[in-house]
Design a binder for this molecule. Structure first.
Ligand SMILES: [Zn+2]
Length: 582
């Protein structure tokens, strides 16, 4: 369900001279990461991510952060509510995953101003700019490229970028010097001793940073409930290779379009086992193109072929790399499984690799997808059977190691469901950080930091969901979503009543149109009773001969018929009464 957060209006100016950290997304959820750092009225933004909708949000494409704190939607929003757009000095991106960059094109035109500085690593920048081409009418973008060791200064913030292992190359952590103290933001990370496409973690560098005294550590919590150490990408490659070794038919490997390292592994293995690779899915194709252009994905000439060429090769020589491991309705794997794909149909002997963990909320969809595939005589390999997907995220032992190396005074777990943040805070206490110095916060809260203390302020900033569907941003509110849920669950029922203006009598029999509620032909009795009730409601209201309140009549029809349907069918369709006076 939609999380409705009540917040005290944030017109009271964010108090004190200390540093405020305001998470607009990513705390209490997986995805939609966006954090503000505010000091002396100056704001630094870290990441602008999106989140995939849950199964209970029909027709929604993405959920993005609410930026009303930065840019109130209405001019007269209330006295004292500021347009903080001009106070934003810059945006820094940690890495190119959509849960860190995906909301950017939807939000940037609302906060852009000529002095806004944007920073990202080479690959992250490439992905953002390429995606930007799909959004016309956007302000011209100049994204500064940063790399391991780059230092920048934005007003009161001095930022130093450092390399962190993850499952996408070019991932950067942030060391931020502020007048209040030094802050370390880990980005998403894991300590991978044998990464693919990347160097192992530079522990010496981390120690040097820690020597400069860290007041506050913000660390990735996604893996905080997982025991031990995350798998190395090398181990995953070995397990994937087991599949390549024994499988004879086609391999269809589905993963996230942004898991560049996984894509590389599958290309490399395909080359080793003489398979050609077909890349399917717009975002997957785009990311491969950018990563190849920037040198982050390597493939031999002729390995990647066009989809149409699939018939020129035997099944044992084909790998299809595609999107859709989460069972997303419009992604390639789903279209293949439901026979809606233009070129590719599943057949006996195919092996499908689902190389991603299941994002909370998508379990049922993924289960249905697996069943669909198995029914068509194919094999499915997924992360529960084999370790063919490492979370890109540090697990308990690595998180503790990070805490020990950095040994911060204060700790704020970020990136993850509430339970993950809570688990991470326990780890912090285990490594010796005292309880009062650890804060588990949620989206929209204002975390106040001074050299002496950290605490959550009473007032909050808006952080509820902003939903994007094919048509617009934020125009799907909770009401629209509730309607969609209702329609999806119990269907709809339209009653058209024609009333004689002179007499107030219903003319003829009310028309009924219904979808997804009951099978009309087999519900004659129900419909007859419904018509009778509707006529009664109208006549009761018009009987006295005085002025007629039609909206009252419509409400009556909606309520009474609704109750009647519920007693008879236990369903609550959406009821739309239409009254026409003639
Ligand atoms: Zn990530």
């Amino acid at each position: 369900m939609i999380k409705q957060q009540n917040f005290t209006p944030y017109r009271n100016k964010v108090s004190g001279a200390g540093l405020k950290i305001i998470p607009l997304g990513g705390l209490g959820e997986v995805g939609r990461n966006m954090t503000l750092f505010e000091i002396e009225g100056k704001i630094l933004i870290c990441d602008m991510g999106l989140r995939m909708p849950g199964e209970d949000m029909p027709g929604i494409d993405y959920i993005i952060p609410n930026i009303n704190y930065l840019k109130p939607p209405h001019q007269n929003f209330g006295s004292g509510v500021k347009d903080r757009k001009k106070s934003i000095l810059g945006i820094v991106f940690t890495h190119g995953h959509y849960d860190h960059i995906g909301a950017f094109p939807y939000l940037i035109d609302k906060i852009w101003h000529p002095n806004l500085e944007i920073y990202a690593s080479s690959l992250t920048r490439g992905i953002i700019l390429k995606r930007q081409k799909d959004f016309s009418n956007q302000p011209p973008l100049n994204i500064n490229e940063v790399r391991n060791g780059s230092k920048i200064k934005l007003g009161p913030f001095k930022i130093e970028f450092f390399r962190q292992n993850h499952n996408i190359p070019d991932n950067l952590g942030l060391f931020i010097e502020t007048p209040v103290g030094n802050i370390l933001h880990t980005s998403d990370f894991k300590f991978d001793p044998t990464p693919i496409n990347d160097l192992p973690t530079d522990f010496q560098k981390l120690k040097t940073i820690a020597d400069r005294k860290i007041l506050l550590l913000l660390s990735d919590s996604t893996g905080a409930e997982e025991e031990n150490h995350s798998l190395s990408e090398k181990t995953i490659e070995k397990n994937l290779e087991e599949i390549f070794k024994k499988v004879q038919g086609r391999i269809i490997a589905a993963t996230f379009a942004s898991l560049i390292n996984r894509i590389q592994q599958i290309i490399t293995l395909s080359e080793k086992y003489g398979r050609k690779v077909i890349i399917e899915g717009y975002s997957m194709k785009t990311n491969v193109e950018i990563s190849k252009a920037l040198g982050y994905i390597k493939s031999k000439r002729g390995t990647i072929i066009k989809t149409k060429e699939i018939q020129n090769y035997p099944d044992s020589k084909i790998t299809v790399l595609c999107t859709g491991a989460q069972g997303e309705g419009s992604a390639v794997l789903m279209r293949i499984a439901t026979k809606e794909h233009r070129f590719i149909r599943l057949k006996k002997g195919d092996s499908i690799i689902l190389s991603s963990s299941v994002i909370p909320g998508n379990e049922r969809t993924v289960q249905n997808l697996k069943d669909d595939i198995l029914r068509q005589g194919c094999r499915v390999f997924h992360y529960k059977i084999m370790d063919i997907h490492a979370g890109g995220h540090a697990q308990k032992e690595e998180l503790k190691e990070m805490l020990r190396i950095i040994s911060p005074k204060f700790f704020l777990p970020i990136h993850g469901q509430y339970s993950m943040l809570a688990a991470h805070s326990e780890l912090a206490k285990e490594t010796g950080i005292s309880e009062k110095n650890v804060v588990v916060a949620e989206n929209g809260q204002i975390i106040s930091l001074s050299p002496q203390r950290i605490f959550v302020e009473k007032s909050r900033v808006p952080s509820n969901y902003v939903m994007v569907d094919g048509l617009g941003i934020g125009d799907v509110g909770e009401v629209v979503l509730r309607d969609r849920q209702m329609l999806a669950k119990d269907g709809m029922f339209v009653i058209v009543v024609v009333v004689d203006k002179q007499t107030g009598k219903v003319k003829g029999s009310p028309d009924i149109i219904s979808r997804g509620f009951v099978y009309l032909r087999e519900s004659k009795e129900l419909l007859k009773d419904t018509r009778k009730r509707v006529i009664e409601i109208v006549h009761r209201a018009t009987g006295s001969g005085g002025a007629v309140n039609w909206s009252y009549i419509k409400d009556e029809i909606r309520n009474k018929v609704g109750q009647f349907f519920y007693t008879r069918t236990q369903r609550r369709p959406m009821i739309l009464p239409v009254v026409i006076e003639v």
